[in-house]
Design a protein around this ligand. Structure first.
Ligand code: MRU
Length: 356
């Protein structure tokens, strides 16, 4: 693997601290200007890191929460297993309330809690041992899932293609290759000539700050565009496929991802460009029937009014609507690329098949 790609994909964006009582993350809110590592020890630090997008991206949030619950549990002096289970449940629920849309958060937390509930009667020492294994497994599985998604995704591209992506679904948001960006790293490794258009992704600029940073550092041809420029690059014939990540995929294939994703899908349909959603099966929520049932996070209006600007760009009292995600209707999605294969319509069947 070329060194420039390795330096981008093999990063410790989320890891367990040496003492196993903390979680160490790269503070994504400071990129690309500063690479700062944060050590999270308290429930509040973990909650705020997720809420403030210091750690972000659906899989990375899940991995952080998994390590987080384990790190917290190692700090308790509780020796009674029933009291331990009660305490675990309390803090798991607290972390789960930090952000509502990415199902990977509750998925990872449920997995961790099941370790406790399914081993009733075991000592706290034994439970801690099992919890340590589980959070490491969540991380390791994500590394493997990202690699498989990247391979399936790359099979949809040919040499010379242009790919448009929205938000950031690369190594920072996941493990190693990422999901939507994974095929691009893999393609580069294999000597393919791919061109990427990265939407800047208002209002928090994950596309500008993170996606264009990761791709540029890896030596991949990337052009940063404002969100409202997607239509012109498609019209110019520069985009042969759209690759986006996802935060929750409902049973019917509707997919929540960063706000603006559904607009990209609508444009892609207009220009006859295939629109692919890439994500691990941990992002599929078969208990959620359709996109109307996906909770959409609303964020601070100041992210629109003044964040990033030298001075506010709107009156303080102006009303703002700041949803962090939107849902792309399954009819706009050409295929959903998972680590187990590529699902096509009818998605109710193809997605359910993955879990049989
Ligand atoms: O608000 P964010 O930055 O956490 O939103 C992230 C996204 O929408 C990503 O595309 C998604 O989590 C997939 S990451 C593989």
């Amino acid at each position: 693997m070329p060194e420039d790609i390795r330096q981008v994909t093999h990063i410790d964006n989320v890891r367990l601290g040496e003492d196993e009582r903390s979680v160490v993350i790269i503070d994504q809110s400071q990129l690309p200007n500063r690479t700062v590592y944060l050590t999270l020890r308290t429930p509040e630090q973990l909650y705020n890191a997720i809420k403030l997008l210091q750690v972000r991206g659906a899989p990375a949030i899940g991995i952080c929460a998994g390590y987080g619950t384990y790190a917290l549990a190692r700090q308790w002096e509780i020796r009674d297993p029933a009291a331990f289970a009660k305490e675990f449940h309390h803090w798991k629920e607290y972390l789960n309330s930090s952000r509502p849309t990415a199902v990977n958060l509750s998925w990872a937390l449920e997995r961790m809690e099941r370790v406790v509930t399914e081993h009733e009667g075991q000592s706290v020492e034994e439970l801690l041992e099992l919890l340590g294994k589980e959070c490491r497994a969540i991380h390791q599985e994500d590394i493997e899932m990202c690699r498989a998604i990247s391979e399936y995704g790359l099979s949809l591209l040919k040499d010379g293609d242009g790919v448009l992506t929205h938000c950031n679904a690369g190594p920072l948001a996941t493990s190693r290759y990422g999901t939507a960006l994974g095929p691009l790293f893999l393609g580069k490794e294999q000597g393919m000539d791919l061109h990427v258009f990265a939407d800047e992704t208002r209002p928090l600029l994950q596309g500008a700050r993170l996606t264009s940073y990761e791709l540029q550092k890896a030596g991949i041809d990337v052009t940063l565009i404002c969100d409202n420029m997607a239509s012109i690059v498609m019209k110019n014939g520069w985009v042969q496929a759209c690759f986006v990540g996802c935060d929750r995929i409902a049973a019917n294939g509707d997919a929540a991802n960063k706000i603006g994703t559904s607009g990209v899908a609508i444009l892609a349909k207009h220009y006859g460009i295939p629109f692919y959603v890439l994500g691990p099966t941990s992002t599929i929520d078969l208990n959620c029937p359709d996109g109307d049932h996906i909770p959409i996070e609303l964020r601070d209006p100041d992210e629109i009014r003044e964040k990033w600007y030298a001075e506010p760009m709107a009156l303080k009292e102006v009303k703002c609507y700041n949803p962090a995600f939107d849902v792309t209707d399954h009819t706009l999605i050409t295929a959903i690329v998972t680590e187990k294969g590529i699902c096509r319509a009818p998605f109710e069947q193809s997605l359910a098949e993955l879990f049989r």
